[in-house]
Design a protein. Structure first.
Length: 68
C-alpha cells in the first residue's frame, strides 16, 4: 500500500500497533468513541487478552474510509 505524504507525516512516530488510548489521542477522541468504532466494525482491531490492539494500517484505512 502506497501512503500519501499526508499520512506519512501525520503518523510519523506512531507505533505500528496501538492501544485504544493511543488511537484516541491520535484522533483526538475519547476511548469510548474508539470502542464504538471497533464495535461497529469501522475500525479493525485485534483482541489480545482483555485489550484491543489496532494496527497502524487499520487506522490508516479508517482515516481513508476504506472498509474491510
Amino acid at each position: 500500500m502506497e501512503l500519501s505524504p499526508m499520512y506519512r507525516n501525520m503518523l510519523k512516530g506512531v507505533p505500528d500497533v496501538l492501544n485504544v488510548k493511543q488511537v484516541g489521542q491520535v484522533l483526538s477522541v475519547s476511548t469510548k468513541t474508539v470502542y464504538k468504532h471497533i464495535g461497529d466494525g469501522s475500525l479493525h482491531s485485534i483482541k489480545v487478552g482483555r485489550e484491543f490492539r489496532i494496527p497502524k494500517v487499520s487506522l490508516i484505512d479508517y482515516l481513508r474510509g476504506v472498509s474491510e
